[in-house]
Design a protein around this ligand. Structure first.
Ligand SMILES: *Cc1c(COP(=O)(O)O)cnc(C)c1O
Length: 353
């Protein structure tokens, strides 16, 4: 017999985070979860095969040291002690909220942004403090106001669903004004011209998270990491699962960090597609927010987003329909290959004209 009162009240109250749909492979053109439309670099696939032929009977390195050394080198950081590896950056975000925000305390995030953040606070029995973006997706001054029990602030930069970005100096100012640490979630930073890695060495309160799911085309292996002051890394390491990253994903992520030419090439292809979409979608009535990520946030001037979403789904194209109540609604469309985006554009053109 399952009795609801046996769970922690914070758990009973949860509605649970619902990620984008993952239909069986092949059936849909998938433009709904910001995955990379291209396969990962070949050396990564080779490294996975090699790891599978290796010593899988042994536990992996609990600290993912090979990865952290490769990442420190690729990102020009002083050393591996500045990096904490995780089972996707979602796990890193979980560790951060677990480490900094206790029951009854407060987590701050902008809105609309990544909906998972609220779930992480809810799991802790903590509360959250959503600060609405301004209409032009700039951050209002109230984001840095002090409030009782504020323990951590999360800022996706570039933001999802808007694809907008705050400059490094704007983020530095936010971090200086805040009374608590600031996590800059850089899931999409490889698609942008700037990032905040440089701030980590200047201000211990700046913590940057990264993922291999988007720019490296590795959503399937689950690997993300934190870049932070060594003291933060060592403190948070105490609350991670002992073997949070498996041998196969460590091998894959380590190989990926050595593929800087592949990364630059892949990002420039996606940015070229982004420019094309930003140019074409307005021709059929969409307002497109200038994006610094691998997706575009668009709103149609006179046709309901739900009906466009439903039509595309009936044609085997999945995009993300998002409704933020008073704070807007629209479609977040991940950038696919040029062929996929051509197919999307043709369907929309036929449907909307
Ligand atoms: C996709 C995404 C993540 C999650 O990345 P994983 O490494 O796949 O867990 C984190 N933050 C934002 C804003 C994202 O869009």
């Amino acid at each position: 017999m399952v009795n609801r009162s046996m769970y922690r009240p914070a758990v009973t109250a949860l509605s649970g985070y619902v990620p984008g749909e993952q239909p069986p492979p092949g059936k849909f053109i998938k433009l709904n979860t910001n995955e990379n439309p291209y396969p990962p670099p070949q050396p990564v696939v080779d490294a996975i095969k090699k790891a599978a032929d290796g010593t899988l009977n042994r536990y992996p390195d609990a600290t993912s040291r090979a990865f952290r050394c490769a990442a420190a080198e690729a990102l020009n950081l002083p050393g591996p002690e500045w990096i904490l590896a995780g089972n996707g950056s979602d796990e890193i975000l979980t560790m951060l909220v677990r480490g900094f925000v206790g029951e009854g305390e407060k987590l701050r995030m902008p809105y609309p942004s990544y909906v998972l953040y609220r779930t992480l606070a809810d799991i802790q029995g903590a509360s959250w403090d959503q600060i609405n973006f301004n209409d032009d997706w700039t951050l209002p001054g109230s984001f840095t106001e002090s409030t009782e029990n504020l323990k951590l602030a999360l800022l996706p930069n570039p933001n999802s669903p808007s694809g907008t970005i705050l400059s490094e100096s704007e983020v530095a100012k936010v971090a200086e004004e805040l009374e608590c640490p600031l996590v800059v979630d850089e899931a999409y930073a490889d698609f942008a011209e700037t990032n905040c890695l440089g701030l980590v060495g200047q201000n211990e309160n700046v913590l940057v998270t990264r993922t291999l799911s988007k720019s490296y085309g590795l959503a399937g292996i689950r690997f993300g990491f934190l870049v932070a002051h060594p003291e933060v890394v060592s403190e948070l390491s105490k609350i991670k699962d002992s073997y949070n990253c498996d041998a196969i994903s460590i091998a894959a992520a380590t190989a990926a960090m050595k593929c800087s030419d592949w990364l630059a090439d892949n990002c420039s292809k996606i940015i070229a597609t982004r420019n094309r979409m930003a140019h074409e979608l307005p021709k059929i009535g969409f307002q497109v927010t200038p994006s610094h990520a691998n997706f575009v946030w668009c709103r149609h001037e006179n046709i309901s987003h739900r009906s466009i979403y439903d039509f595309l789904k009936s044609q085997q194209v999945l995009v993300r329909l998002m409704d933020f109540g008073d704070h807007g609604h629209g479609l977040r469309i991940s950038l696919g290959t040029d062929e996929q985006n051509d197919a999307l554009f043709c369907l929309l053109q036929g449907h909307l004209s």
